[in-house]
Design a protein around this ligand. Structure first.
Ligand SMILES: NC(=O)C1=CN([C@@H]2O[C@H](COP(=O)(O)OP(=O)(O)OC[C@H]3O[C@@H](n4cnc5c(N)ncnc54)[C@H](O)[C@@H]3O)[C@@H](O)[C@H]2O)C=CC1
Ligand SMILES: O=C(O)C1=N[C@H](C(=O)O)C[C@H](O)C1
Length: 239
């Protein structure tokens, strides 16, 4: 496949390496300074776009691809207040849009574990909180992954209404502490605390390769489909 990379930073470069290892070619590497190069590409030059850019750039990038008729896989976090607009545009254009706050297969198994644990903890007298740890360059907080984890807990337990970013705290909301340390690729801890004990589950990414591989597999899966998709759709197909 010919893959257009939108955002050529840490993730764009890791995705490029893995895509080439899997036999794909790169149709273009677009970043802030060469966005005009996208206009020179013919629709048929691109089989799929993979977008890992910045919170303020994702909406325009995804919109551009949908209007060009290019299936698009996006992993950028921190822009989801515009998600329903993008989903509507995708339907209008009869396009293909794939989004995940985290493309790592391990994290997606962790999402399932998180929901199972939330079911078990329903009705128990524990305080629920989370810590996410990322590198100091990260622009958004809390992480998209932490938000997905909090949404998973709320979906399983109606006494949890959402999340608050620490130091804000409110009963019925999962408090998320966001730490920024060195070059940490991404660590997420979900915690239940009572007077007598603590239960924690942790996912630790050792490198970005897991995120990048998941994004490339999603890009291999998406072309030829119409609609809005996520990791559950992909994993169901792979199961
Ligand atoms: N869903 C997932 O599995 C993962 C998501 N991410 C998210 O992906 C995004 C990118 O992460 P990194 O690559 O680590 O960041 P990065 O800062 O290393 O790279 C982002 C690149 O996008 C470029 N960019 C900014 N505005 C742009 C625009 N308008 N058009 C094209 N390029 C533009 C920047 O110049 C930069 O080179 C972040 O939002 C991060 O949270 C990161 C890792 C995994
Ligand atoms: O910015 C990052 O690096 C990461 N961002 C994603 C998020 O916000 O959840 C995924 C991963 O944790 C790395």
């Amino acid at each position: 496949m010919r893959i257009l990379l939108l955002g050529y930073g840490k993730m764009g470069k890791t995705i490029e390496r893995i895509a080439i290892e899997r036999g794909h070619s790169i149709a273009g590497k677009i970043d802030v300074q060469n966005r005009h190069e996208m206009d020179a590409l013919a629709a048929a030059d691109v089989d799929v776009a993979i977008e890992f850019s910045a919170p303020e750039a994702a909406y325009d990038n995804i919109t551009y691809c949908l209007k060009r008729g290019w299936p698009i896989v996006s992993g950028t976090t921190g822009w989801l207040e515009h998600r329903s607009e993008i989903e509507n545009l995708c339907m209008q254009q009869q396009g293909a849009f794939f989004y995940a706050s985290n493309y790592s297969i391990g994290v997606n198994l962790f999402f399932r574990l998180n929901r199972q644990l939330a079911r078990l903890m329903k009705g128990q007298a524990y305080r629920t909180s989370m810590t996410e740890i990322h590198h100091i360059h990260k622009l958004d907080a809390p992480s998209g992954t932490a938000i997905t984890l909090a949404e998973g807990i709320a979906a399983e337990n109606s006494s949890q209404k959402g999340w608050k970013l620490a130091p804000e705290e409110e009963d019925g909301f999962v408090q998320i502490e966001a730490k920024r340390l060195g070059e940490v690729p991404g660590t997420h801890i979900v915690r239940y605390e009572s007077e007598v004990d603590t239960i924690e589950i942790t996912h630790t990414a050792h490198t970005r390769a897991g995120f990048a591989l998941g994004a490339v597999i999603s890009a291999e899966w998406l072309p030829g489909k119409t609609g809005v998709f996520g990791m559950d759709d992909l994993l169901e197909d792979l199961d």
